[in-house]
Design a binder for this molecule. Sequence first.
Ligand code: LLP
Length: 434
Amino acid sequence: MSNLVCDNLKIHNNELYFADRSTKELASKYKTPLYVMDENTLRQNCRKYTESLKKYFGNGAKALFASKACSFKRMYEIVSSENMGVDVVSVGELYTALKAGVNPEDMYFHSNSKTDEDIEYAISKNIGYFVIDNIEELDAINRYAGKKGIKQKALIRITPGIDTHTYEAVNTGKVDSKFGFPIETGAGEFITGEAIKRENVDLKGFHCHVGSQLFDSDVFVRSADTMLNFVSDMKNKFNFETEILDLGGGYGVRYVESDPYIDIEDNIRQVAEFYKKKCSSLGIKEPSVRMEPGRSIVADAGLTLYTANTVKIIDGYKNYVAVDGGMCDNPRFALYGSAYTVIAADKAEEKCDFPCSLVGRCCESGDILQENVMLPSSIKRGDLIAVLTTGAYNYSMSSNYNRIPKLPVVMLDGNDDYIAVKRETLDDIIRNDV
Ligand code: LLP
């Protein structure tokens, strides 16, 4: 019997159930490979943030969905119906959110490398906020906002100099990060002074994001501590009153049994308690808080279903189970060595005594979904395999490598199920070829 990492998973009659739905039925109705998402879990995850931010920080606080974690129209509809704003990092995400009916006022445009076209486009669509990452961008925003005759609201991305214990690709709070302005070097103070001087920029406050898949329980307290000291310094230096402080995203999720569980509500309570005390000891007005979770909103709301194609036993060496998807729908093991829990969804109660590598169908050895997986020794072509907790950074990072069509996303809603993203066709694959 396999280990289950999320509350919405059950095993019944030798089969894996997701959100109380038979994975075999879903696979036969929609075919594999398939992303499945559980709308109920998604909404509960949103409410964890919206309700606890309101409860502990007050009505002005707002949760933003970091939509890079999972970006398609239906996702934006769901998160905005849950009263979350959205963090977008490209005009592609911005456009998708607009098409889903998200109010541009509730959008925050990140990215460390926005082009003039990006900036002009976002301003023409009345984006609520830019999160300024560099001086070139500050000048471009000032210029285009001036052209339009408005004062564009903005936050400045600050690098607080906090090293988190996560993998390097997502560790973003250190002084030498490509993102933002470090406090330590004086760059944070310099850009604040510059932004205040720009006629068409309305500086509302500051942003930081120190990393992703974080489990250190004090990481937001440490960020708040450093950022509030900075807020106070900016008040003393420029008499600048910070209205908004965005503490970023990053809470970790459970991919495997050994991952810890974070009580997000309780963590937010602790951050708020610290925040209030700190503001009062610094004698500053409490800036209204933003948090921008991505992974912890969508990860456990998703899983991927595959069909086994090949079982290859290389005697004395290694066993492989190859499925009908791969790094094209989930590049996270190939990129970061990320751990996942794998289950034979149609043999979920059988003893797992067959060690193997779960690999994909792409033409390279690095196309591995997971190493050291234990599956039942009866595993064979046609069996259904589930990779759990794939709701975050799987669909959004998927590719057409080897011209493999992208998977559909099927959303479960109680007894209902519906297609949120269609499966790509072969014609979709050549759509832009001339
Ligand atoms: N805010 C900012 C400015 C960010 O850069 C990120 C993530 C978030 C919020 C959301 O962080 P989360 O709550 O999802 O941890 N592709 C990598 C993750 C990259 C994260 C990038 N930034 C992965 O698959 O693990």
